[in-house]
Design a protein around this ligand. Structure first.
Ligand code: SAM
Length: 290
């Protein structure tokens, strides 16, 4: 029997008198086939360290610990710590860290793995209310994670993996795809969770690129430009740029010059620009003095 078998999950919740907290995005997985599929997708072996975010009662943690060298699981809810000590008592390769992942100093934490030299993968059924901040926190930590295999709301998975000229494409697609190649692995129905969320879920596999997708002079400015272009999605690129940088004749002349250099029409919308066009425009704007 597994923690994720519905009857086992129910018995654990009852034994500990656990009640779900919506503010922590608690939807626990009760499908062992899906858990096996997540582990297979992540291609974890005994030479892989794993970081899990939000172990809950340990449904996924159990599968991860069986396959990985070590698992470090960050859980914000204090009430789950004694439950995890109970459900995962047979494992000696799991460390539960009772911490908010967004406040954790990951660079310091990863030194606590017995063998910190092993590749690290992030595998998790994420709390949906903070999916984007968690991914940005992981990326910004500058830790060379080999891969993220994470469950999230399907709509967010679509946004991250989106291509230009689609409704889902935006600054989140650009921020993640700059560092990682993102691929939707499979869809998960809401019926396999307790309680069932009211959205569809998906597993997204993000693999770190050896080199960022495009090379830019100033990364911060590039990401800033990507956000600027999508501030008002229905507006043209020109309107978003002038709203952000100003409408004086001098600014407009410089913007025109940069757009021409990057070979981009001011009348298009931000969603039509590929990531490499954003990079070209960011460099041209920098050269024009922005
Ligand atoms: N992994 C379990 C499963 O699949 O059944 C639980 C997944 S549940 C969707 C999300 C988990 O993340 C919950 O256990 C919740 O308490 C935890 N969590 C929520 N916010 C967190 C945060 N900021 N840092 C760490 N854990 C968090």
């Amino acid at each position: 029997m597994r923690i994720a078998d519905y009857s086992v999950t129910r018995a654990i919740l009852d034994r500990h008198g656990f009640t779900f907290k919506k503010i922590f995005g608690q939807n626990f997985l009760t499908d062992t086939n899906i858990l096996q599929k997540i582990v297979d997708t992540a291609e974890i072996d005994k030479n892989t360290n794993v970081i899990e975010i939000g172990p809950g009662i340990g449904a996924l943690t159990e599968f991860l610990a069986e396959n990985a060298a070590e698992v470090m699981a960050f859980e914000i809810d204090d009430r789950l710590v004694p439950i995890l000590a109970d459900t995962l008592r047979d494992f000696d390769n799991i460390k539960v860290v009772n911490e908010d992942i967004l406040k954790s100093d990951l660079q310091t934490r990863i030194k606590e793995f017995s063998n910190p030299a092993l590749p690290i993968k992030v595998v998790a059924n994420l709390p949906y209310y903070i999916t984007t901040p968690i991914l940005m926190h992981l990326i910004e930590s500058k830790i060379p994670f080999a891969e993220f295999v994470v469950m999230m709301q399907k709509e967010v998975a679509d946004r991250i993996s989106a291509e230009p000229n689609t409704k889902a494409y935006g600054s989140l697609s650009i921020a993640v795809q700059y560092y990682m190649a993102a691929k939707l692995a499979f869809i998960v129905p809401s019926t396999v969770f307790v309680p069932a969320p009211n959205v569809d879920s998906a597993i997204l596999k993000m693999t770190r690129r050896e080199q960022s997708l495009v090379q830019v002079q100033d990364e911060d400015f590039f990401f800033h430009l990507a956000k600027t272009a999508f501030v008002h999605r229905r507006k043209t690129l020109w309107n978003n740029l002038t709203s952000r940088f100003g409408k004086s004749e001098e600014v407009k002349a410089k913007l025109e010059q940069a757009l021409e250099k990057a070979d981009i029409k001011p009348s298009i919308r931000g969603e039509a620009l590929s990531i490499s066009e954003f990079a070209k425009l960011a460099d041209a704007l920098k050269e024009a003095g922005f």
